[in-house]
Design a protein around this ligand. Structure first.
Ligand code: CUA
Length: 321
């Protein structure tokens, strides 16, 4: 059976995405068989028709024989297709339930669809971490997805794994798969869910168990950081470092070493002592006070950083002595 499936896959497989999960062939076998059946049926039907047109051709004016019906022929063309189509239906139902099976040792990941992103929550030793966009999974490991949605209907779809299911607010839906090849596979949202539906994509990244464990440990330890200075330092490296140094060296903006508590002189305002209030203002409305010798090139971070994040940044900047 597998051999036949492989032969058909070689012939028709170009029409389908890569097979990257254990159950993918269950779907493809049916698709390939139906394609083969359609081609054979089409050629057979057209061939027979052409043959009969030529073989039984009569010139005009001739009267055709009166044949009301043929019980044998009618029984054959009813019974045989019925058996074939019912066979395909049961095959499909069987494959469907086969794909629903979840092995007992399956790793669980919570999937949340929200306008317009996918969020993946992992648990390990009572700790949990949520990531978005990229879902890491170990290769050859059964995975069960417990899925829901926070707003509207979405549909979690990974073509290469041949899995797809709606995520519904207030309801849990499930999917199971075992990835068989390392690599990146596309996740799509397959249910129209608003303006950015088409951009609600993600990636399944299939990696070795070792790399997966390393990744998860790192994500968990990073997400459980609570030290405001450390969090501020990370925000600084992500948002500020392009223009400001942590020394007293000028870049596009002033270097910030020794800033806190120092008197600042401005080209467009009276001087002040740099305190938390001043730093907050410089982040939200950078051009209210422009430091002497600079031209005010900074854009406001209002809306890009939360109040909390600004507090973390201030805590971090305080430490730059
Ligand atoms: Cu979410 Cu479409």
């Amino acid at each position: 059976m597998r051999f036949l499936g492989d032969v058909l896959q070689t012939i028709f497989g170009f029409m389908l995405p890569e097979q990257a999960s254990q159950g993918a062939h269950l779907v493809d076998d049916i698709f390939n068989f139906v394609t083969l059946l359609s081609i054979v049926g089409f050629i057979g039907l057209m061939g027979a028709m052409t043959y009969f047109i030529i073989r039984y051709h009569r010139s005009r004016g001739e009267k055709s024989a009166y044949i009301p019906h043929n019980a044998v022929a009618e029984t054959i063309w009813t019974v045989i297709p019925t058996i074939i189509f019912l066979g395909i239906a049961f095959w499909g139902i069987w494959a469907y339930f086969e794909l629903q099976k979840v092995p007992n040792d399956a790793m669980k990941i919570n999937v949340t669809g929200k306008q317009w992103m996918w969020e993946f929550t992992y648990k390990k030793d009572n700790k949990e971490v949520s990531v978005s966009d990229i879902m890491y999974v170990p290769v050859n490991k059964a995975v069960k997805l417990d899925m829901t949605s926070t707003d509207v209907l979405h549909s979690f779809y990974v073509p290469s794994f041949r899995i797809k299911r709606d995520t519904v607010p207030g309801m849990k839906t499930h999917l199971a798969f075992t990835a068989t090849k390392k690599g990146d596979y596309r996740i799509f949202c397959a249910e129209y869910c608003g303006t950015s539906h088409s951009r609600m994509r993600g990636t399944v990244r299939v990696v070795s168990q070792k790399r997966f464990d390393k990744w998860l440990d790192r994500e968990i330890s990073e997400s459980n950081v609570t030290d405001p200075i450390e969090l501020g330092s990370r925000l600084f490296m992500r948002n500020c470092i392009t223009c400001h140094t942590t020394t007293d060296k000028k870049k596009i903006g002033p270097g910030l070493q020794g800033l806190f508590g120092k008197k600042r002189e401005f080209s467009n305002a009276d001087g002040v002592v740099a305190n938390a209030e001043y730093i907050r203002e410089s982040i939200i409305a950078p051009n209210t006070k422009i430091v002497n010798g600079f031209s005010g090139q900074m854009n406001s971070f209002a809306g890009l950083l939360s109040e909390k994040e600004i507090d973390y940044l201030i805590e971090y900047i305080k430490t730059l002595k």
